[in-house]
Design a binder for this molecule. Structure first.
Ligand code: 4AD
Ligand code: MG
Length: 479
């Protein structure tokens, strides 16, 4: 007989069916009731044994975290909490788990801090919380591909090793196979990269955008979905050194089209999870409710997790310019009462406290800020007619801050060339990027969604390290 997954048993097995299930023991009580989970769903199946018919030595080995194979018959459940259960005919211990060892891990049946769980990456997958988070992470990735595929976008793979610094922020990890203790030096006293593997300095990509633009200028609509790397030393709950980014790029598209696409996309993803993953979402919703109860009243959020998701799906995002946002902030209470830590001035980038004020206090909905000063944005963004701002957009979400950054791209070669000079970049290095402006240039636009940030929003997790299986942050690259 083939094994049946727990999700399939709960969905389609009938009383009287004989089945085999394999999984890990989540609980074992009264020498009789085993809760088995195999990761296919947040739900367990209860297997009931008649201990008089089983060896004591076998019963002793059924402990939390051990893996078992159980065969038996589906029967109506006597107890509350489940409608069916398995009447066990035979049980085999596939892998033992030493109860004393288990006591020291996350598998002991009590609530654990998320920090403690992070130290045991292999066992995180076995907990209800992380099972739910990682099933939803998977579902979001699937929904992303479905969204773009249904709309005729092509998935392209942009390089992970690259010579360019798309964002120009200089936060790149170098890639080299030179002997660091014996670097080749040129006559001018600098590192001789000609002797390096690629014959020039290269780094891990911070974004696939520049290459995606080349794809869009031939395939029309493309997107990338891959890992990106940033060596910024920001140890915050919203930054990773290795994160995943989704970057669509569309030819014959302007900033308005870009905003429309972003809003449709984000709503689609959230709706997809609401409609297809209620078991995991309900669990995370209740989990958050319980956490909220431990907090002082003034720190609790107004809406529960599912209410927040519904709210985003059902309301239009507020769109306004950076300049209007600065005006609002300058008139705001926290500004007048000097409650903001950072200064607010036209031409200076907004800090996350300002973004959160706009989203959480002023508009109480997602906000798309547009038309930022050119100096604080990347070189590739399209210059507006005022000569001061660019056709940029940032999408700000409640509790998260910036979730998407994007823009219409500069398609006019002369302006792009002068921006390259202004930003101290090398025209020679970027020849391939300039070329698409020489051969049938066209307005085009795109954006980048930080994958972990949308997973945070949908799961309600408040630390980005808890939505990626193996987080990489400054001073931390375990597992
Ligand atoms: O705003 P960013 O830097 O934009 C770009 O990289 C553009 N090339 C995108 C484009 O237009 N194709 O990054 C995009 C998004 C941010 O809005 C944020 O959600 C996420 O990527 N992000 C990070 N997520 C986790 N950890 C970090 N260190 C992140 N840096 C950016
Ligand atoms: Mg950004």
């Amino acid at each position: 007989m083939k094994r049946k997954k727990v999700i399939d048993i709960l969905e389609s097995s009938k009383v009287g069916d004989n089945i085999i299930v394999k999984g890990w023991v989540r609980a074992f009580r009264s020498n009789r009731f085993i809760q088995i989970n195999d990761g296919s769903t947040i739900k367990n199946i209860q297997a009931v044994i008649d201990f008089e018919h089983f060896d004591d030595s076998l019963l002793k080995r059924i402990s939390i975290a051990s893996s078992v194979s159980v065969s038996g018959e589906i029967v109506d459940s006597q107890g509350a909490g489940q409608s069916i259960e398995i009447k066990v005919n035979s049980i085999e211990i596939i892998g033992d788990a030493n109860p004393e060892e288990v006591q020291k891990t996350v598998m002991q049946p009590k609530k654990h801090s998320l920090e403690f769980l992070r130290e045991q990456s292999h066992l995180r997958f076995r907990t209800n919380t992380f099972g739910a988070v990682f099933r939803i992470r998977h579902a979001l990735a699937f929904a992303i591909h479905k969204f773009f595929n249904d709309r005729g976008f092509y998935y392209i793979h942009t390089p992970i090793i690259t010579g360019s610094d798309a964002e120009g922020a200089g936060e790149m990890f170098k890639v080299t196979n030179l002997d660091l203790l014996n670097l080749p030096i040129t006559d001018d006293g600098v590192i001789d990269y000609k002797k390096d593997f690629f014959g020039k300095p290269v780094n891990l990509t911070v974004s696939g955008q520049l290459e995606a633009e080349l794809g869009a200028m031939g395939l029309g609509q493309v997107y990338t979905f891959g890992p990106t790397f940033r060596a910024e030393n920001s140890n915050t709950s919203r930054h990773l050194s290795e994160f995943w980014m989704i970057e669509p790029e569309v030819a014959f598209s302007d900033l308005i089209d870009n905003m429309d696409l972003t809003e449709e996309f984000l709503k689609y993803l959230i709706k997809y999870i609401l409609e297809n993953h209620s078991d995991d979402l309900n669990f995370l919703n209740d989990r958050e409710l319980n956490e909220q109860k431990l907090k002082p009243k003034n720190e609790r959020s107004d809406l529960g997790l599912k209410e927040r998701l519904e709210f985003v799906v059902n309301n239009k995002f507020k769109r306004l310019t950076y300049t209007d946002a600065i005006d609002i902030l300058l008139k705001s209470k926290p500004f007048k009462k000097k409650k903001f830590k950072y200064d607010i001035k036209w031409g200076v980038d907004l800090q996350s406290e300002h973004e959160r004020y706009l989203v959480e206090k002023e508009f109480k909905c997602p906000v798309i800020l547009t038309d930022y000063p050119s100096e604080i944005k990347a070189f590739y963004m399209r210059q507006n007619d005022d000569g001061k701002t660019v056709a940029a957009m940032d999408v700000l979400f409640p509790g998260i801050g910036e979730i998407v950054g994007g823009s219409q791209r500069e398609e006019r070669i002369d302006i792009l060339k002068s921006k390259i000079i202004e930003f101290n970049l090398s025209e020679k290095e970027l020849h391939w990027y300039l070329d698409i402006r020489k051969f049938g240039t066209a307005p085009h636009a795109g954006f980048g969604l930080g994958f972990e940030r949308i997973v945070m929003f949908v799961t309600g997790m408040t630390n980005i390290r808890d939505v990626i299986p193996f987080p990489r942050t400054p001073q931390n690259a375990d597992f």
